[in-house]
Design a protein around this ligand. Structure first.
Ligand SMILES: [Zn+2]
Length: 109
């Protein structure tokens, strides 16, 4: 069972109260971008066995979007945070590094 905490309203509930929205922190490619960059934006997503950053929406609650970091293999949730961020909060990255030594994510070491 996956338990998520909505950082917008503070409710902790099972995943059935939420709806997944795919990978978080996808870099947008504008209409003037190269074809390869636009293809990456549209179709290429990470699918790790391990720590993943995802978008979630609290559909049966406040209706707002938020982001979550969880392990796709164990369903361990490391934390949730506002969707209005460009990168995971440092405190969350430190929590992940403490539990998963050697963890790296894109430009974050
Ligand atoms: Zn909520």
């Amino acid at each position: 069972m996956l338990l998520l905490n909505c950082p917008c309203c503070g409710v902790t509930a099972e995943e059935t109260e939420f709806h997944g929205g795919g990978e978080a922190h996808v870099k947008r490619a504008g209409p003037a971008s190269e074809d390869a960059a636009f293809e990456t934006y549209l179709f290429h997503r990470e699918n790790p066995k391990g720590v993943h950053f995802e978008r979630w929406r609290h559909v049966t609650g406040c209706g707002k979007w938020f982001l979550a970091a969880r392990d796709t293999a164990t369903l361990e949730v490391f934390g949730t945070y506002s969707a209005q961020t460009l990168a995971p909060p440092e405190v969350l990255l430190a929590r992940i590094r403490a539990k998963r030594p050697g963890f790296t994510w894109r430009d974050v070491q």
